[in-house]
Every structure is written in C-alpha cells, then in structure tokens.
Design a binder for this molecule. Sequence first.
Ligand code: FES
Length: 322
Amino acid sequence: MTATPFRVRVTERTAEARDVVTLELRATADAPLPAFTPGAHLELALPNGLVRHYSLCNDSRERDRYVIGVGRAPASRGGSRYVHQSLSVGDSLTVTALRNNFPLAEGAPAYRFVAGGIGITPLLSMIRHCEAVGSPWSLLYCVRSRQRAAFHEELAQWPGRVRYHVDEESAGAPPDLAAALATPAGGEQLYCCGPDGLMRAVRECSAHWPAASVHFEWFSAPAEAGGGEAVADDRAFELVLRRQGRTLTVPAGRSILDTLEEHGLMVPFACREGLCRTCETAVCAGAVEHRDCVLSAAEREAGTSMMICVSRARGESLELDL
Ligand code: FES
C-alpha cells in the first residue's frame, strides 16, 4: 500500500480488555490518511526507537483515523511494554509502512474467522468489511478469560455469528476445531490469527479445505519454519548481487540479511523472522528454500522473490536483484 513514512498522533487510548489497549491514531497533517484494506497492518516507529507491526482493526472505509489493538506480550522485547506503560494521548509516531500480508479475498460466498487473543484485530476489520458488503461470516474467538476478550461489547451486536471458547470456562479443554472446521461451504474462505499453538491446530483441522482458501497471519515464526533461527542442516552457498556486481558467501548459520550487513550493505528489514515482508527481494536466478510465513503457495512456486532474513538457496548459488 505505502512505504512512504508519515506522522500520526495518538488521539485516544482505551483499556479494551485485560492487558489490551486500543489506540486511535490520526494524521498530524491536514489530509486524509493513506487508505488501507481489511487485514492490513501498520509498521510503527515507536518513540523508544523500536519498530513494531500492529494490525488495523477499524473500518477500512475510514480515512480520518487508524485504530490498533495492542496486547501486552508477557515476554515483551520492549514494544508492547512501551505502548502499555509509556505511550499517551498526544504522542506522535511515525508510520514507516502500511502493508497487507493478510488480504481478504473479495467476493467469496462466506467467511470463517478463527481468532486467538489479540489475533482478533485484523479479523475485526475483515468482519466490519463483511458487514458493510453483506457477506456471511462467523467467528470462533478463543480467549483465556472473558476479561481478556478484546472488543467483547462490539462483537455482542452479532450474537448469532460469534462463538467464544474461553479457556477458564472449559476446564482446560481446547476448542473443538475439528468440529468447527468440519464442513467448508463451496468457496468459503478461512482466516486465522492468534498464537502459534492455535494456528497449528487450525492448520491441521483445515487440511481438507482447499489450500487457497485457508489464510494465516503469524505473530511469530512457527517452530517448523525455523522460528527465524538457523536450522541444523543449513549449508553455505554463494550469493551473487547482480546490481552490485559482487559475490559473497552466506555461511551456514547466517542469513542472507546477516551476511549483507556484515559486508556493509544495508537493506530494509523489520521482523527478521519472515513475517513482515519488509526484506522481500527479487530473485534473478537460483532455487529458493522458502522459510517465511508470508508468501502464498503460488508465490513460492513462482520463486521470483524471497525474504532474505530467513530463506536460503536450495542449491549452491543464488542471484538476487541487489
Ligand atoms: S524482515 Fe520481516 S520478513 Fe524479513
């Protein structure tokens, strides 16, 4: 959508649920904000120097504000802790990018949403869109407790469409995803966002759905994707930088991004886990072993771009448009 940085100001801050705050952000300039589509996220440069990604949860037709929900991560590396403890109404932030790696397929006959905790945020903007265009939808919302269910009051306006699974009311039993996902309607689309365990369970229980109709947004790299870390059978390979006219060696245990930085070559990045698409780079030649969580099956098959923070060469050499 846009990669041109712009400033916004925090105009409202609401305690949405236990350990969840929502922030309303408005433009500091007298102009409409860049448009977004359901499922989009902001890349925000926080005043403490950290860059973080937050899904937009308001109506995508609104051009005068963005609304994000931020859960306090128990093992926060400084982003959610800063938002919860220090960010106030009146503070300015820089939006460094506005992207959508989790777009809603327009025109489907129905939509099935599965949210876990703060994973409700991108799904809420999708739900608003479905309501606006009259598309049928349903939501299974998995939370640890009612107190932690963000947007509970708002979701209450659609009692027939929203079903909760509350851990502390279920004696620890997990949601019955096999039953919830048993029968996809023709053309129905499934969207899931939440913690790693829920996402893997949904993937397992939706294996019989058409692959192109199942969509995930990961908060952190799943373990089988390497979790953003090197994996045991990594091998060194040759990296040709077409525009630089240079050839480097990417050692085992180091990413392409690491290797470029070690040679003084700076390329944009944010998550370093294959989640945000910031480091996406065009591939000129060579086969890629994709380890990211954002490319679709069709994009992987095409092999024309890769996330250089996690993905590697499948063979001895790879040539990139760098
Ligand atoms: S830096 Fe986020 S995908 Fe590579």
